[in-house]
Structure formats: structure tokens, C-alpha cells
Write a protein that binds this ligand. Sequence first.
Ligand SMILES: Nc1nc2c(ncn2[C@@H]2O[C@H](COP(=O)(O)OP(=O)(O)O)[C@@H](O)[C@H]2O)c(=O)[nH]1
Ligand SMILES: [Mg+2]
Length: 326
Amino acid sequence: MSAAAIDLTLVIPLYNEEESLPELMAWIDRVVKANHIGQIETILIDDGSTDGSWKVITALRQTYPWIKGIKFRRNYGKSAALHKGFEAASGEIVITMDADLQDSPEEIPELMRMIREEKYDLVSGWKKDRKDPIGKTLPSKLFNAVTRRASGIKLHDFNCGLKAYRNEVVKNIEVYGEMHRYIPVIAKWAGFRNIGEKVVKHQPRKFGYSKFGWERMLNGFLDILSIMFVGKFGKRPMHLFGTLGVLFFMIGFGILAYLSYLKIIEDIIRITERPVFFFGILTLIIGSQLFLTGFLAEMISRNAPNRNKYKIGETLGLDHEESTEL
Ligand SMILES: Nc1nc2c(ncn2[C@@H]2O[C@H](COP(=O)(O)OP(=O)(O)O)[C@@H](O)[C@H]2O)c(=O)[nH]1
Ligand SMILES: [Mg+2]
């Protein structure tokens, strides 16, 4: 690698963290020097802070030339900030961390070693001894259990802000909405299956206040449905909707055929007063709707610009276009 190449990119999304930033940058600087980490860049993404965070960042850049910044005009959320940071990151290894001093920069050297030597695509931090109120840790336990089941990835702490990646990984995943919680799941769907975990130290929040509460958590639950759906059926929606549609249609058809038989052959009247009559009609309609939905989704996905873009890790003697579709 040439002398100018960047060894490490730190991506730090933040929202109203003016008090923490000077201390965090000084801490990073100490760790980088003490461990001979080499060339670094730190991309601070100020997500529409209403305090003096951006001013602090601008001032800190005078002391630490390795600081880079992106400022959003308004608050878009942590996922959007990570996405922009990932896009800009040019380091061989990319590490994300929170700006609030709860994640310790001391973990950086070991995380880098795990990516380089143990060849992980992604290493996720695990705040085993988490220094947060029970109102946060309990929902988080539940969330992690659900995500573990749904994704089949054996991580204890999916949403840890401290994570390390090979550069290629961050260029091939797309996070939006509240999907930063599921980055290991998104990475797995993108073909990066070598996912590791490291127990990391966690500090109680020193300045400011936590910005993540219940409402953000709820949106997160819907996002995993999208991820699982897009990952599994994004390129073949008819397999899901069509199957369900046919199933429902057959149930409805069966019920109505039976009722018709009773009416015509056995001459039983008042079949329309039976609850099962309405159930039959309902499932028949739902079935055909699902089928049509699948059909439309199939038509759309066939015509979408990314219909034939797949993730290509490597080619010989050929260029290939990078695709970042989910
Ligand atoms: N970009 C961005 N970062 C945020 C936002 N809310 C919180 N953060 C950052 O995400 C990290 C974790 O947030 P925090 O409030 O400490 O959540 P907690 O650790 O789960 O209590 C911190 O660095 C915050 O500054 C947001 O809306 N946008
Ligand atoms: Mg925090």
C-alpha cells in the first residue's frame, strides 16, 4: 500500500454532542499514536445538531487535520449519517462509533487486528456490561433475541455503535430509515457472512442525554421485515405473494364449491346465512388480491434498473460496476 493510503476511517454520526467531541478526538489521537495505527481519517457527520457541534468540529480540525466533517441541513437520522460516512470512507478498515464517549477508542487496535488477521468482514461490539438504564437494556435484550432468531446471526448486541468493517463491506451495503440496527443482517444478505463479535467496554453517558427511545425502536421492528423481505424475495416477489395468493384462493374456492354443492344438489337453502359463506368469499378475494400484488411486484422488479445487478466480489480481466442495491 502506498504511503498516502489511509489505514483507518472512523465514521462518527452525532447529534448534539458538543461537550463530548473535544475529549473524544483527544482520546482517539492518543490511541492512534500509542498503537502506531498509521494514516487515519475521522468523518464526523453532524446530523442537523441544534447546539454548537459543527463549530466545535470546525475548531477541532485546526488541531487534528485528520478530521473531516459532513453537516446535514436537518436531522435525517443515524442511518442516513452512516450511509454518507460509508460513501466517503477511503480507509482500508472502517470503524463506526458513537460520539458520546460511551464507546471506547481503546478497542480500535484489537478490532483492526481481527479484521486484518482473523479475516472478518465485520466485527460487532458487544456491550456485555452495559452502562445504561434498565429502560434501555431490557427492550434491547428483546430486540436482540428477535433479530437473532429472524436472521440466524449469532450476535448478542446487533445495535452496538462500535463496529469494524473491511472497506468493501461498507461500499456494498445500503442503510436507510432506522436500519443501522440491522447492519449485520444487511451485510449477511449482501454476501458478507464472516461476522465476528468482540466484547467492548462501555461507559455511562457523561454529557448530554440519550436520543434513542421507544418510538425509534418501534420503527426499527418494521425495518427488519423490509430487510428480510427484500433480501429473500426482492428479486422474486411472486414466490411469496403468488404462493400465499393461490393458497387463500383455493381455501375460498373450496368453501364456496362445497356451499354450492349443498345448494344445488342437496337443495339446502339459506347458505348465505352461514358465517363460513362470508369467510369463503373473503379468502377468495384476499387470494386473488395477493396473486395480483405478486404479479405487479414481479413486473416492477423485472423493469427496475437494478434487476440484473448482483454483487461481484472479484473479476479477472474485466471491469465491473459496483452496485449498492440492498
Ligand atoms: N446522525 C445522527 N446521530 C444520532 C442521532 N441521534 C443520536 N445520534 C448519535 O448516535 C449515537 C448514540 O446515540 P445515543 O443517544 O447515545 O443513544 P444510546 O447510546 O442508545 O442511548 C451518539 O453518537 C449520538 O450522537 C441522530 O438523529 N442522527
Ligand atoms: Mg449513547
